[in-house]
Design a protein around this ligand. Sequence first.
Ligand SMILES: [Zn+2]
Length: 318
Amino acid sequence: MTTVGTASAAPGEMAVGRLEVGESRDGGTVGLPVAVINGAKSGKTLYIQAASDGDELNGVGVIQRLVPQLDPSEISGTILIVGIVNYHAFQVAQHRNPIDDRKMNRAYPGDERGTSSERIADVTFKVARGADLILDLHQGSTSQMINEVRVRCGRHHRMHAECLRLAKTFGCGYVLDQKGPDGQLARAGPDAGIPTIDPELGGCVGWDEESIQLGVRGVHNVLRAYGFLDGDVNRDPQTRARGFDQYGSPSGGLVRFKRALGDEVSAGDVLFEITDVFGQLKARVTADHSGIFWRARRLPQVASGEYVCSVGIDIDNY
Ligand SMILES: [Zn+2]
């Protein structure tokens, strides 16, 4: 029997339930929706979580489509899923947990006596650390972003090669291979010896079906490559960036992009223009280095110094 919270499944069974992470302001129990898919045959354990950032719903879309496709009688191993991690932020459709105004993905591995986010991180990480592989489904928040997979442990980490392999297996086409900030699950997982990736499934308000389908395909690829399911694995070469150049606006006004997501950019190429309300050009911003147009703000209006877009740099293929 495998149990997460109130979900218990014997081999060949699937169960859903709630994983208690504390109490809400009205004194009621807060339980995250969880699923346990216990394969009929033994094998590895995969941990998947979504909505660590409360406005990032594509991962929830992946899980919602994936789970009905999984038949425990055909699976070797166990799949543990936390469908919504940032419970409080999800309720109000915002990025950060409103209880402590923290970003969940800076709170791992968590603290059982800490703030709300640290406590949720602690409870979910205790489930994740029993797994052999971790997928932390994210997206570029509500910005526009390409579909990519992040490897956050850093190039000198003992788990780096395994994380890169997992990222290639997930196979969104693009990989960001850059050490992430402290507190990310994609840092804490490798530190505990578990290959961990952070698929970033596009960026949108609500659901983007194309990114969701890429995520579903990515999980199936992982399930086949690591022996959970039979079948062929795609291992297409991935385009890797090792960092970002971020561009802010030199002046206030309205942004007009000159590049689209995924475009190759050369140093000196115009990335965007800022115009005033009456259409007059105020500024033109060019790329400092070559790379790939990776991420862009969604709303056109900007103040001086405000974030506009990112270019992935230091590109290769693997
Ligand atoms: Zn995120």
